[in-house]
Structures are given as structure tokens and as C-alpha cells.
Design a protein around this ligand. Structure first.
Ligand code: 13P
Ligand code: SF4
Length: 311
């Protein structure tokens, strides 16, 4: 039994013993963010995973992120505290259906959001994250036809922003889909002038009210630099932990769902990782991400293009 163990101390001991690096996404529980060696958005985490000289990467995030780490750093042991930590966007895009979609549109390239399986990455030309999508899109010739998947809201946002028409895969993030426009407008009325910061996975009726749209890192950065003392945050609310740590004098309010609070906007997949499971993952070096080499190399091609083009 794990009762009576000082998990934080045990994790620190194992991290040294295993020469492990702990990477965490901003949507993880505060205690996991606080013990991580590095916290970041999907692009930052990919770069860290690629460059680390640790022997083990313990990934506090979801499976597609840990898979990306393994694709880029195949010689490392990559553990994910809970292998069921998936993503609704990944689930929306089964590789066989994506393949059929591509075959129907042979003159299109596939620009694909990193929130997908390794198999879908292998079927794609270029991967993007929310922080790199604009700059990557701007490097693709104007007359090139594009399929964008699996997030239709990120795709729609990019189309509105850049004027590039793309064929969109109909996936959504269940977390960002749950924000309520009515409740957001009520909250804005209660806090006149408070800027709204939103992730591009939000539907357009939420993005329409945003003063800043960007990846988690970019939202965090904006929140810390903004002169405003109250800000409304329309993304998974665990990121507010970093904001409150760095700017304790400011007030950060999570954008509400239909029930008027932000609890329904917590990512249920991210929430599967816990201190206990991280401890066990470091102790047992399980559950481990393994990717067949042919698939890994195919997926790496589209990820490498992202890393090159993102600058
Ligand atoms: P970023 O951290 O890259 O903005 O991604 C958000 C997200 O939903 C990750 O699952
Ligand atoms: Fe997937 Fe949304 Fe959770 Fe991110 S927040 S992991 S996109 S379900």
C-alpha cells in the first residue's frame, strides 16, 4: 500500500535514481505541475522531449503527448502515469477513416493538429500545434489545397484569421466545447473591462468574445503581461495555477460552462494522472509508450516538418 509514503519525496528520490525528467502540461493537477522539471504547451513539451539527456521521460499529460516524446526520443523510456489518458480529438479521428478521407482528396496535403494518434501523424504531411499553426500555414504556397484535422474549431479559427480555406475534419475538444456563451456574457457583465483569453480549440461563439486567442503558453504569457487586474480565462482551468503563482495580485476567473462555473471544463483525460500513479510509473517504469519502428519513422516525418517550420 502507498499509505504513509511521502509521495513528493519518493518521486524526487526516484527521479534522481532513474535519471528521469518529469514533463507536465498546464492542464495537470497543481501538485504535478509543481514537481515537474518543466511545464509547457504541446510545442514546448515536444522540444524538451527531443532535447533531453535524461534516460527516462515521465510525461504528465495525455497519451498523444507522451507518444510524441517517444517518436522524437526513441532511445528514452517514456512512461505515462495512466495509459487511458486519451483525448477526444484523437478519438474523433480513427486512422482508417482519416486514410479514406485523404484518399478522397488526393490533391490536398494534410496539415494535422498534434492532438491525434501516432497512426494519424504517420498519415499526415505536417503536424502543427496551436502555437505554431499560423507560422506553418504561412509557409505553405497559397494555391496548395489543405485538409485540416482533427479539430474543426482550430481549423475554423485559422481560416478566419488567415483567409485560407481548408477542408476540416469534424473533431472537437470536449473541454473547450463546454464553455457557455450566455454564462460568459454574464461573467463579462460582472467584470466590465476584464479581457477574455481563449484557446483556439474553443468554438467560434466563444472566440468572438476573446481579446486574445492562443496556445496555453501564449495565454499564460498574455495573462502575466496584461495590465488588467482581473482576467477571464477560457481554457482548461488548471492553467490558472501558474497564473496565480506568477501574479498573485491579479484575479483570474475560469470561463464558465452551462452550470455557471468552470468545473465542467476540466479535462477528464488529464485528470487521470495523479501523484500516486506518477510515483508507480517511476518505480516500475510502466506503463511505457512503445511504438513500432516503421510507424514511428512515418510519424516522425510530419513532426520533424513541424519542428523545422515552427522556427
Ligand atoms: P497547447 O498547450 O499546445 O495549447 O494545447 C492545448 C491542449 O488542449 C492540449 O491538449
Ligand atoms: Fe484533448 Fe481537450 Fe483534454 Fe486537450 S483539453 S487533452 S484537447 S480533451
Amino acid at each position: 500500500s502507498l499509505r504513509g509514503l511521502d509521495l513528493r519525496a519518493e518521486i524526487d528520490r526516484l527521479r534522481k535514481e532513474r535519471n528521469a525528467v518529469i514533463l507536465a502540461h498546464y492542464y495537470q493537477a497543481p501538485e504535478l505541475q509543481d514537481l515537474a522539471d518543466f511545464v509547457g504547451d504541446s510545442l514546448d513539451l515536444s522540444r524538451k522531449a527531443e532535447k533531453t539527456d535524461a534516460d527516462v521521460i515521465a510525461f504528465c499529460g495525455v497519451r498523444f503527448m507522451a507518444e510524441t516524446a517517444k517518436i522524437l526520443s526513441p532511445d528514452k523510456i517514456v512512461v505515462l502515469p495512466d495509459m487511458d489518458a486519451g483525448c477526444s480529438l484523437e478519438d474523433s479521428c480513427p486512422p482508417d477513416q482519416f486514410k479514406a478521407f485523404r484518399e478522397k482528396h488526393p490533391d490536398h496535403i494534410a496539415l494535422t493538429y498534434i492532438n491525434c494518434s501516432a497512426a494519424v501523424k504517420a498519415l499526415s504531411d505536417i503536424i502543427v500545434t496551436s502555437s505554431s499553426a499560423d507560422i506553418i500555414l504561412s509557409q505553405i504556397p497559397k494555391d496548395q489545397k489543405i485538409i485540416f484535422g482533427p479539430d474543426k474549431h482550430l481549423g475554423g479559427y485559422l481560416t478566419r484569421k488567415t483567409g485560407r480555406d481548408m477542408l476540416l475534419w469534424p473533431g472537437v475538444c470536449i473541454v473547450h466545447e463546454a464553455f457557455s456563451e450566455t454564462e460568459l456574457l454574464k461573467l463579462k457583465a460582472q467584470h466590465p473591462g476584464a479581457p477574455v483569453l481563449a484557446h483556439p480549440e474553443c468554438p467560434p461563439h466563444i472566440l468572438d468574445h476573446a481579446d486574445h486567442v492562443g496556445s496555453t503558453s501564449s495565454i499564460l504569457d498574455y495573462a502575466l503581461r496584461a495590465p488588467d487586474s482581473t482576467l477571464i480565462v477560457a481554457t482548461e482551468p488548471h492553467i490558472i495555477h501558474q497564473m496565480e503563482k506568477a501574479a498573485p495580485h491579479k484575479t483570474f476567473i475560469g470561463a464558465p460552462g452551462a452550470d455557471g462555473n468552470c468545473n465542467c471544463n476540466m479535462c477528464p483525460y488529464m485528470a487521470l494522472n495523479t501523484m500516486e500513479k506518477l510515483y508507480l510509473a517511476l518505480r516500475d517504469l510502466e506503463p511505457r509508450i512503445e511504438i513500432e519502428e516503421g510507424l514511428r519513422l512515418a510519424a516522425k516525418k510530419s513532426l520533424d516538418r513541424m519542428l523545422d517550420m515552427a522556427g
